[in-house]
Design a protein around this ligand. Structure first.
Ligand code: NDP
Length: 280
């Protein structure tokens, strides 16, 4: 039976550490401020933004909210980002994705100052990650590293396989595992024999975007399995990219969905907000 990696508990521990640190900073007159921009009324995005604001409140981070109508022009949005870039009292800027159709997402994200890019999506921060320099790191893969470390799972020297090569999960995930001295293989839709590659993994991170795709036939006995996927099934229940019922009996450790990687993403966003005002 696998050890269940409790993302809810670990994310709470991370947020409590941040809360203690922000209290210390506040005593010195320093407050971290995150500006959150939401364009349009996408219900899922509204929930994400609400949860981010709630986490800010819990952690002692000030949040400023900019809710713009769906027909906002790209120019207006860029203007707002420019103003927030210039404001000394704003340390982090987050534009909730996806943006309404017709907006150039890359152009908008590139307009955020790399020093305030708490999502870690700006090419400067992506570049820093790839050459091992300090910068903001994409929150979901950063959260996976925390889950592994805080569960006492050694990464150094391990065969790490990442399924998925997206810019926000798969690619930064592979860079972070490499930084931790894992031996990293990245798989994608053109990988020839996925089972053969995933079957080698000591640590398997799955970010494929397909419900319950990875079953026990893809997993080595005793592997650590991290499921990044989130899907809502027709029954209304959440599930991941991993078929939990099939994989859990053979894994040595596994993240559940919900309650695994998901809660870590917001916790690491809070961590990035904190590091926007303090070095350590
Ligand atoms: P993307 O759709 O951007 O990327 C999916 C990746 O999986 C692609 O690289 C694709 O390959 C690869 N892939 C697709 N089909 C196969 C296949 N049959 N065999 C091998 N590889 C395949 O997804 P994201 O990275 O954005 O997200 C992945 C999952 O994580 C989703 O379920 C998403 O909801 C979830 N997610 C969860 C977060 C959280 O906070 N927990 C945050 C972000 C995402 P190719 O590049 O060749 O197309």
């Amino acid at each position: 039976m696998a050890k269940i990696i409790d993302g809810k508990a670990i994310s709470l521990a991370v947020k409590d550490e941040i809360k203690a640190k922000t209290a210390e900073l506040q005593a010195k007159g320093i407050t971290a401020t995150l500006a959150v921009i939401l364009v349009g009324e996408d219900p899922a995005s509204q929930v994400y933004v609400k949860n981010k604001k709630k986490a800010c409140e819990y952690c002692g981070i000030r949040s400023l909210s900019y809710e713009l109508p769906a027909d906002t022009s790209e120019e207006k949005l860029l203007e707002l980002i420019g103003e927030l870039n210039d404001r000394e009292d704003v340390n982090g800027i987050l534009v909730q994705l996806p943006l309404p159709k017709g907006m150039d997402e890359d152009k908008v994200l590139d307009a955020i100052s790399p020093d305030k890019d708490v999502d870690g999506f700006h090419p400067v921060n992506v570049g820093k990650l790839s050459i091992g320099k300090k910068g903001f790191v994409s929150c979901t893969p950063a959260g996976v590293i925390q889950l592994l470390k805080r569960s006492g799972i050694e990464i150094s020297g391990k065969e790490c396989v990442v399924v998925g090569r997206s810019n926000i999960v798969g690619k930064p995930m592979s860079m972070l595992l490499l930084k931790e001295n894992g031996t990293v293989t990245v798989c994608h839709s053109r990988t020839r024999d996925l089972r053969e590659v995933t079957g080698r993994a000591d640590i398997l991170v799955v970010a494929i975007g397909k419900p319950k795709f990875i079953d026990a036939s893809y997993v080595k006995d005793g592997a650590v399995v991290i499921d990044v996927g989130i899907h809502r099934g027709e029954d209304g229940k959440l599930c991941g990219d991993v078929d939990y019922a099939s994989v859990e009996p053979i894994a040595s450790a596994i993240t559940p969905v919900p309650g695994g990687v998901g809660p870590m993403t917001i916790a690491m966003l809070m961590y990035n907000c904190l590091s926007s005002v303090c070095e350590d």
